[in-house]
Every structure is written in structure tokens, then in C-alpha cells.
Design a protein around this ligand. Structure first.
Ligand code: SF4
Length: 694
């Protein structure tokens, strides 16, 4: 879809920041992007946008971009610019050398939720077909992997149940562990519109986010629970639903396993799980919890939206399943206005998960040990594939420090800055013989790299992203890649240098392969995407027009599964030395570790990360607003300025993590979700003391 006119041409493409997936007209003058204008036809945004998609694209031409490949023999040596030919040949020869010396499973790779579906598919294919193992993981490991586990177990697939428009049919909106006003602003606007029309809002969050109270919106109930107690809170809500007989028996009998429901109901109805019993643990008044449970269960269509405040915990997967249990018990699945909806962080985190980026799954969430699925890929790719699941990111790093893992290909992720316990990540990377980083900038991880392959921005390539509502949308090249190649072409060069014979001329051919090998994508192709604008998977013979609402007639797994999710306290404890709990989040103008937004004018809106601290905790430490403080945990310490506010409760502190100077992950711990290893970013015991500054 190319429009002509202002200024001399315009191309419709998709924002590369968050999982809302706003579409824009990129208005061009020659090869220069003049402005991004939100596109009225975009089904995810309908002409709206936020300050990131609208203004924060200048990083594409930033002087920090690396445009030529570089190599070095060791990380103590300076980089040496080389030709693409030399860089690709060196990459392939290093990976082959390492495998010959240490074995097939001694190397692996990481896909990026920033890249397109097609690029992600190719990286996992390179690893499975070319490396001969399943050592592939993705940055979703550190954000929504518990969503994958939890929703697959309960509903049968790893995806939100609704499209964004569904919120306009909700009567009660329950937001837990998410701050959509900052994290998903365009969707938050739609949610607020519905709230202004009279829908009721429940917010479960340790912090008083803007959604709790703003000029036009006020939550009916804000449950400011102590960080780390999500499962106890959700179980208490379920306790009220069961003991007050507010559950939807007809739905449960028709759609779920009644015996499993009864086991779960027996568990949650025990007195120890009542709102009164857990009040000392969560710090939330029992009568508020009871009132919120009654509202969600009886207030009409109940829709749940959640974010990383749910998943990035040692009980992240349990929390996702507890949410699914609550929705099934109240009959809030399978129609418009209800459902369970993860608000995905990155632009293509849904797509990265869909494309087989996990070490145990092919595209479409099919286990690598399944003979029929593996056979399908073996016939298509002409090789025998490894039936053993591979290593997750933290396991790759562990194996590296043990000497068993020696080489890694990292596309579009700065694991040194974004993964927990920076010291552990650094030790793992330092122990490898070949670290290949493909990125736009020399990021922190590149300090440990031996080969740097320049990446391309979303403006420089064709492909697709899949947003949080499973909507597949086109990404269109608006300018030639400054480095000479789109990322999918670079992966193809590496694959062929390793002896494969890939012949893709365009990403549409990669999508055709995805569709042929992935039942939920069987009806997806570029002709349809061009004609229809977008498609929501599953889009196949059973659902030719795509699927805005999932699980209408039955769950993907058949019967919905109730899973008993007991509350298990995190091992991260407060005590006399570390008396406060730190939790983290994002702000509207910045994005994640800031690699892109800090290289745009958006930095003026948020020039530094601050530590939010309650006035009573600040007074106890003799702190004034703006003072420098040292933030120390059992893992490490950092320095930043204090922001004294009642947004956080006494005993809780909060910071964003957009600036590398903050080094927030120096202080986060090694604790992680029991099922998926998703790091426990949201709970760290800390001490805060006055400081003279960095
Ligand atoms: Fe981009 Fe998300 Fe903002 Fe939309 S809401 S413009 S997708 S960052």
C-alpha cells in the first residue's frame, strides 16, 4: 500500500516499539523520512499513536549506528572493520570450528522480538537446521515466557484471547501488573474510553499508576498488594468467587473438566486462602478484596489485562494460570468483552514466540519431541532434527561458565543490559570463544563480542510483526538498508556460509514457508495481508477470516484446565539489611533499555531514571526530593536520584530502567519463574541510603 502525495511519497508500515502495533504512514522525501503520521485504517490504532511511534524514529539515522561489519580476535583488542564477505565467512568458520572441537550442542542463538516474524523464523531455522540443535531462545524469556506456559496449560495456546476492540464490550476491566497508560498508551486510550462510558475498573498493582486515578478515570478498587504476592491475591479473589457461589456452573460444566474445577474449588475455598487470612501478607484490606471479587464475578463481562508485573516473578507461570482459573470460573472466556489478555511489551514478542524461538517448540507451539511435527520440518528442510529441547538463555550462560557452551549468535538483544544479574551474564559471555552480535549499535553485550554484524531498522526492510492481539501486520521498507542488507538477508548469508542452501529473494517466500509448516498461519500470505491490511491468527481453513476472539466454542486444548496454584513465597526476602522491596517499570516516552529512544528527542522527556520512595521511608533516611541515593541489593548496587511520592506504599520503592547509567539489573537477583526461568525482576530486597552521587 503506497500512497503518493505528501511530501513526495508515503509508505504504510508498523511501529517497531510496543505490542500495540500501531500503523503509520511514513512520509518520505527521497530517502529521508520526514514524519510518521498515524494511519486511520490501522485496526490496532485507528489513527492514534503515542510519542514513541510518532516522534522517536531518529535513531535510524543516528551517528552511533554501526554500518560496517567488524571482527576482533579477543575482546581486549580493538575492532577491525571488514567486508561483509569476510565477516560472514569468519562467523561460519568460527561456529564450525567450535562444533568440531566441543560438539554439536556447544553453540546456539537468541532471536529478537524487535525483528520481523520472517527474520525470527530464519534464526531458529539456522540453529535447528544449520547448528543441528535446539539451543534457541528469545528475549521473551525475560518477559512473557510464563504467558506461554500458563495459557498453554490452561487454554491450550500461548495467546491473548481477544482483539483490542473487545474492550469496548467489557463491563468490568481488571488490570493486574500492567501500566498501560505508559506501556501500551494507544490501547490504554481505548480502555479509558470504555471506562468513561461506565465500565468499572479494578487495578491490582503495588504502585498507584495513572490508571488508578486520572482526571477522567477512577478505579473502583485499587489493590496495592505487596510485590511478590500476586498468587495469594488471585487465590483470595477465587476464594470469594467459590465460597460465595459466584462461579458460572453452566460454563464450567460445558467448557471445562468439572472434577478439576472441584479440586481447584476445594483448594481455594480453604480458610487459609480467604482475603482475611492473606491480608497481613498482601497488605490489602480484606473488604476491598471481597468487593473486587464480587464486582469481577457479577458485574457483567469481565476482561483481564496483565503485563510484566504478573510474569516477571518466581511464580510468574502460576500467576498466569491463577488468572486463567479466575476467568474460567466466572465464565469470562470465549466471547467479546471478556477474556485473558497479556499486554505484550515489544513490538513482536507475540510473533517471536509464535515462530519457534523457544528451545522446546517449533513454530505454532509444537514440542520438538513430537515425531509427527519434527518429521514435517525434517522433510521440508532435508535434515534430521534434534528431538531434545535445547538450552534457555540462563542455561546457555550457565553452560558457558561450566565450559560446555562456546559460541552464540545474538540478533537484536542486549542481554548484558536487559537480563538479570549482570555479573552472571558477563561471566557467561566472557567464557565463550565466539560471541556474534547483530545490532544497530555497539550495545553493552557487544563489549563481549568477537564479531559484530550491523543490523537494519524497521524502516529498511519488509516483513511482518504480530501484535498483542495476534494481529499480523506488514512492515514495509521505506528506505534502503544503510548497512547494505536487511536482517533476514544477513541470516541467509550466515546460513549459506555454513553449508545450507537458502534461496529466499523476499520475505514473502519466508512467510509462505511459515504458513506451510504452521497450521495456525496456514491462511497467511502477503497477498492477503496487502489486500486485507492484517490477519489475526489462527487464520486457516477452519478460520478463513482470522480469529479476533479465541476459544468461542471450545478451548484450543479441548476442555479448559483448572490448575491448582498454591502461593509460594519468593526466596527474595526483606530483612534488617535489605528492608525495602524494589519493583520496576516503564515510562511513556522511553522504551526498555533506551537503545533507540535515548537516541531521539524523547530523551528530553525523561533524561534519567529516578527511584520512587514513599515520604515516610525518605524521611527515615533523611532524604529530600532529588537527592542522590545508593540502591543496594544482595547482588550489587547503583546510584540514582530519589523521587519522593505516595505513588508507592511504605516499604516499596520503584524505578524505571531506561538509562544504562542506572544499571538496574546490576541489583536484580538470579531468582526466576519455576516453570520458565523468566527472571524475577519485579521483587528485589534493597536498602536505600543517601549518597554523594555517582
Ligand atoms: Fe508504537 Fe506502541 Fe506507541 Fe503505538 S502505542 S505508537 S505501537 S509505541
Amino acid at each position: 500500500v503506497v500512497e503518493t502525495g505528501t511530501p513526495d511519497r508515503a509508505v504504510v508500515t508498523t511501529c517497531a516499539y510496543c505490542g500495540v502495533g500501531c500503523t503509520f504512514r511514513a512520509e518520505m522525501r527521497g530517502e529521508e523520512l520526514v514524519r510518521m503520521v498515524p494511519w486511520k485504517e490501522g485496526k490496532a490504532n485507528r489513527g492514534h499513536s503515542c510519542v514513541k511511534g510518532r516522534f522517536a524514529w531518529g535513531y535510524a539515522r543516528h551517528r552511533d549506528r554501526i554500518l560496517n561489519p567488524m571482527i576482533r580476535a579477543s575482546v581486549s583488542e580493538p575492532w577491525r572493520e571488514v567486508s561483509w564477505g569476510e565477516a560472514i565467512a569468519h562467523t561460519a568458520s568460527e561456529f564450525r570450528r567450535i562444533q568440531a572441537k566441543y560438539g554439536t550442542r556447544s553453540i546456539g542463538g537468541i532471536t529478537s522480538s524487535r525483528c520481523t516474524n520472517e527474520e525470527t523464523f530464519l534464526v531458529q531455522k539456522l540453529i535447528r537446521q544449520g547448528f543441528g540443535n535446539n539451543n534457541v531462545d528469545t528475549c521473551a524469556r525475560v518477559c512473557h515466557s510464563p504467558t506461554g506456559y500458563g495459557l498453554s496449560k490452561t487454554f491450550g495456546t500461548s495467546a491473548g484471547t481477544q482483539d483490542f476492540d473487545s474492550v469496548m464490550k467489557a463491563d468490568v476491566i481488571l488490570v493486574i501488573g500492567a501500566n498501560p497508560t505508559d506501556g501500551h498508551p494507544v490501547f490504554a486510550s481505548r480502555m479509558k474510553k470504555r471506562l468513561r462510558q461506565g465500565a468499572k475498573l479494578i487495578v491490582i498493582d503495588p504502585r498507584r499508576t495513572d490508571l488508578v486515578k486520572s482526571p477522567h478515570v477512577q478505579a473502583e478498587h485499587h489493590l496495592p498488594l505487596r510485590p511478590g504476592t500476586n498468587v495469594a491475591m488471585l487465590t483470595a479473589l477465587a476464594h470469594v468467587v467459590v465460597t460465595e457461589k459466584l462461579y458460572d456452573e453452566a460454563f464450567i460444566r460445558a467448557r471445562c473438566d468439572w472434577d478439576e474445577f472441584q479440586d481447584w474449588a476445594d483448594f481455594v475455598s480453604e480458610p487459609a486462602r480467604s482475603p482475611e487470612a492473606i491480608e497481613p501478607l498482601t497488605g490489602v484490606r480484606a473488604d476491598e478484596v471481597r468487593a473486587a471479587a464480587r464486582l469481577y464475578a457479577t458485574g457483567g463481562n469481565g476482561a483481564i489485562y496483565y503485563g510484566l508485573g504478573v510474569t516477571e516473578h518466581s511464580q510468574g507461570s502460576s500467576t498466569v494460570m491463577a488468572i486463567a482459573n479466575l476467568a474460567m470460573a466466572t465464565g469470562n472466556v470465549g466471547r467479546e468483552g471478556v477474556g485473558v489478555n497479556p499486554l505484550r511489551g515489544q513490538n513482536n514478542v507475540q510473533g517471536a514466540c509464535d515462530m519457534g524461538s523457544f528451545p522446546h517448540e517449533f513454530s505454532g507451539y509444537r514440542h520438538v519431541s513430537d515425531d509427527a511435527t519434527r518429521g514435517l520440518f525434517e522433510r521440508a528442510w532435508g535434515v534430521r532434527l534434534d528431538p531434545e529441547p535445547g538450552l534457555r538463555i540462563p542455561n546457555m550462560l550457565d553452560a558457558a561458565t561450566d565450559g560446555r557452551f562456546k559460541g552464540i549468535f545474538i540478533q537484536g538483544e542486549d542481554i548484558l543490559q536487559s537480563d538479570p544479574n549482570t555479573h552472571h551474564v558477563a561471566a557467561g559471555l566472557a567464557a565463550m570463544e565466539c560471541v556474534v552480535v547483530q545490532d544497530l549499535f555497539l550495545n553493552e553485550t557487544a563489549n563481549y563480542a568477537h564479531i559484530f554484524l550491523p543490523g537494519s531498522t524497521f524502516l529498511e526492510k519488509d516483513g511482518t510483526f504480530t501484535n498483542a492481539e495476534r494481529r499480523i501486520q506488514m512492515v514495509r521498507k521505506v528506505m534502503a538498508p544503510l548497512n547494505g542488507y536487511a536482517d533476514w538477508e544477513i541470516v541467509q548469508l550466515v546460513a549459506n556460509a555454513m553449508g545450507l542452501n537458502w534461496t529466499y529473494d523476499h520475505p514473502s517466500q519466508i512467510m509462505d514457508e511459515i504458513a506451510a509448516l504452521t497450521p495456525t498461519f496456514a491462511g497467511v500470505n502477503y497477498d492477503r495481508l496487502e489486500a486485507e491490511g492484517s490477519l489475526q491468527w489462527p487464520a486457516n481453513e477452519a478460520a478463513p477470516a482470522g480469529t479476533p476472539t479465541m476459544h468461542i466454542d471450545g478451548f484450543v486444548r479441548g476442555k479448559g484446565k483448572f490448575v491448582v496454584t498454591g502461593y509460594v513465597p519468593t526466596d527474595e526476602k526483606t530483612g534488617p539489611r535489605f528492608p525495602l522491596l524494589l519493583t520496576t517499570g516503564r515510562i511513556l516516552s522511553q522504551y526498555n533499555v533506551g537503545a533507540q529512544t535515548r537516541r531521539t528527542g524523547n530523551t528530553a522527556w525523561h533524561p534519567e531514571d529516578r527511584l520512587e520512595i514513599h515520604p515516610s521511608d525518605a524521611e527515615n533516611r533523611g532524604l529530600k526530593d532529588g537527592d542522590w541515593v545508593t540502591l543496594r541489593s544482595r547482588a550489587g548496587e547503583t546510584t540514582l536520584r530519589a523521587l519522593i511520592t505516595e505513588r508507592v506504599a511504605p516499604g516499596v520503592v520503584y524505578t524505571t530502567f531506561h538509562h544504562p547509567e542506572t544499571q538496574a539489573n546490576v541489583i536484580t537477583t538470579d531468582f526466576s519463574d519455576w516453570a520458565t526461568n523468566c527472571p524475577e525482576y519485579k521483587v528485589t530486597a534493597v536498602q536505600v541510603s543517601a549518597s554523594n552521587g555517582p
